[in-house]
Ligand binder design. Structure first.
Ligand code: A2P
Length: 273
C-alpha cells in the first residue's frame, strides 16, 4: 500500500506527517527528534508557529539525513510579493538549518491585502530555480484558488482544517474537480468529541485500532495528507500506524455523516496573520 501522494512529478509527500503547532523551544525539538526516531519522515511547521529553529534542531538531533525527510513550512502575509517570497524562503531556510524545502506554503490568503496571487507566482519561481521542490497554499477558499488559477497556475496542494465534524464538502469538491491535493490540519479535531462516537469507536473495536487511527485511516482512504500533532511518543507511533488495514465504504460513509456543517475554526476572510 502506498503511504505517499505525488505532489508534482517525482515529489512524493508522506500521507502522515507530524504537525508541530503549538510546540516551541525544546518541546518542539524533542517532539520532532522523537517522531523521526519513531519513523516519521514528514514534518510540518510554519513561520507563524515560531518554532522553525527548534524544528531544525530536532531534525539535526535525530541524526537522519535531510534528504530522507519531507519538510514543509509556511510563510506569513508580510511576504506576499514575488521578491518577498524569495526573502521568506531565505529566512525560513536559515532558521530551519536547511538549504531547500520540500514544500513551501502561503499560510493564509489575507484577501484584504490582495497579494496572494503574487505570492503564488513567487513560489513557482522558487520551484523553477530549485530552491523548493513543490509549492502550495493553506486556508484558501475556492474563490481564492480561482484567482490563482486565473493567473495560469495549477495549485498542487491546499492545507485546510478537516476532521469528521468539519468536512468542508464544497471545499473538498473543488479540490477534487481541480486536481488539488488536500492536506488536513487538526485532522483529529481540536476537542476530540467524535473519537467516542460509535461511527469511530465501532470500527476501532472491530479492527483492534484506536479511534484516532480510525479517523486518520478515514483521511487516508479519502486520499488526503494529514498532519496530526503529538508530542507523546505512544500517540506519535499510533498516528503513523494507519496502513495495512481498511475501512469499508459503509464505515467511511458513517464517519462522513458526522459532518456538522459548522465552518472551520478560523475563517480565511476574517483572520489575518
Ligand atoms: P498530544 O500532543 O498530547 O498527543 P492538532 O489539532 O494540532 O493536530 O492537535 C491534535 C490534538 O490531539 C493534540 O491535543 C494531541 O495531544 C491530540 N492527539 C494527538 N494524537 C492523538 C491520539 N492518537 N489520540 C488522542 N489524542 C491525540
Amino acid at each position: 500500500e502506498t503511504t505517499t501522494a505525488e505532489l508534482a512529478p517525482g515529489v512524493h509527500i508522506p500521507l502522515i506527517g507530524l504537525g508541530t503547532w503549538p510546540l516551541t523551544g525544546d518541546d518542539a525539538s524533542a517532539a520532532v527528534a522523537r517522531a523521526i526516531d519513531n519513523g516519521y519522515r514528514h514534518i510540518d511547521t510554519a513561520e507563524n508557529y515560531a518554532n522553525e529553529a527548534a524544528v531544525g534542531e530536532g531534525i539535526r538531533r535525530s541524526g537522519t539525513e535531510r534528504s530522507e525527510l519531507f519538510l514543509t513550512t509556511k510563510f506569513n502575509t508580510q511576504w506576499h510579493s514575488r521578491d518577498g517570497v524569495r526573502r521568506a524562503f531565505g529566512e525560513a531556510a536559515k532558521r530551519l538549518g536547511t538549504d531547500y524545502l520540500d514544500l513551501f506554503l502561503v499560510h493564509w490568503p489575507n484577501p484584504a491585502q490582495g497579494r496572494f496571487v503574487e505570492a503564488c507566482e513567487g513560489l513557482q519561481q522558487l520551484v523553477d530555480d530549485g530552491s523548493i521542490r513543490a509549492w502550495g497554499v493553506s486556508n484558501f477558499k475556492p474563490a481564492h484558488l480561482r484567482l490563482v488559477q486565473a493567473a495560469g497556475l495549477n495549485v498542487p496542494v491546499n492545507q485546510v482544517q478537516i476532521d469528521p465534524e468539519h468536512g468542508q464538502p464544497e471545499q473538498l469538491r473543488f479540490h477534487r474537480d481541480h486536481g488539488i491535493l488536500t492536506a488536513a490540519y487538526s485532522p483529529l479535531g481540536r476537542n476530540g468529541d467524535f473519537l467516542g462516537h460509535p461511527a469511530v469507536s465501532g470500527p476501532a473495536r472491530e479492527l483492534g485500532k484506536t479511534p484516532a487511527q480510525i479517523v486518520l485511516r478515514w483521511h487516508v482512504q479519502h486520499g488526503r495528507v494529514a498532519t496530526p500533532k503529538s508530542a507523546n511518543p505512544q500517540r506519535q507511533r499510533e498516528n503513523l500506524d494507519v496502513f495495512g488495514f481498511s475501512l469499508t465504504q459503509a464505515q467511511i460513509d458513517a464517519i462522513d455523516a458526522l459532518e456538522t456543517g459548522a465552518p472551520p475554526r478560523l475563517d480565511s476572510d476574517t483572520y489575518f496573520h
